[in-house]
Design a protein around this ligand. Structure first.
Ligand code: URA
Length: 210
């Protein structure tokens, strides 16, 4: 699939298997999501541009590389995307964090409404990485990309732990420029729009609300 990157590192796959286990409790689930998010963020930031600088080591002058130009903004989709923020910030501590709350219309699975939005004022000059635990129907993802693009963002990526062909298709059809970086691509959606085999309700499992 074009513009989709699966982090197939053994540690990521191992940790996702632990997430899938229905006997994994909220504390461990949260820790695993955080760890997996670091790996996925590592891939999502792979093309950040570098510039050369000169640094004095204890021994000599060195031509060294540091990240230049584009700065990063993470935008978690509430609620499950919040579980990925700590892991992402562990890798890019200087990033700013915006928040988007999307309300999925239960009567119409194709529609989503924004109930909260607070983005960094300079989002247009940042590499925007949207975070959500699952890319399932794609409705929330498509809407969130629309929101950040309307706010001026030009470089947008989407990172999630799990996705499925339906979600990828929906996001790529609406926003073909947005690269998807994920931990695994599952079989598909069931009648209740859950990813199968999946991890169940990601928000409930993260926050212990079930
Ligand atoms: N959201 C979830 O929490 N789980 C799914 O399987 C799909 C969407």
């Amino acid at each position: 699939m074009e513009n989709v990157h699966v982090c197939d590192h053994p540690l990521v796959q191992h940790k996702i298997s632990l997430l899938r286990d229905k006997n994994t409790g909220s504390k461990e689930f949260r820790e695993l999501v955080s760890e997996i998010s670091m790996f996925i963020c590592y891939e999502a930031t792979r093309d950040l541009p570098l510039k050369e600088v000169q640094i004095e080591t204890p021994l000599a002058l060195a031509n060294a590389k540091i990240i230049s130009g584009r700065k990063v903004a993470f935008v978690p989709i509430m609620r499950a995307g919040l579980g990925m923020v700590d892991g992402a910030l562990a890798l890019v501590p200087a990033a700013k964090v915006g928040h988007v709350g999307i309300y999925r219309d239960k009567a119409n699975s194709n529609s989503a409404a924004e109930y909260y939005c607070k983005l960094p004022f300079d989002i247009a000059n940042r590499e925007v990485i949207i975070l959500d635990l699952m890319l399932a129907t794609g409705v929330s993802a498509v809407k969130t990309v629309e929101i950040v693009k309307n706010a001026g963002a030009k470089n947008v990526k989407f990172m999630c732990v799990l996705t499925c062909p339906e979600g990828i298709k929906a996001l790529q059809t609406a926003h073909p420029d947005v690269e998807i970086i994920c931990g695994a691509i599952d079989e598909g959606l069931n009648d209740d729009l859950y990813i199968v085999p999946g991890i169940g309700d990601g928000g409930d499992r993260l926050f212990g609300t079930k």
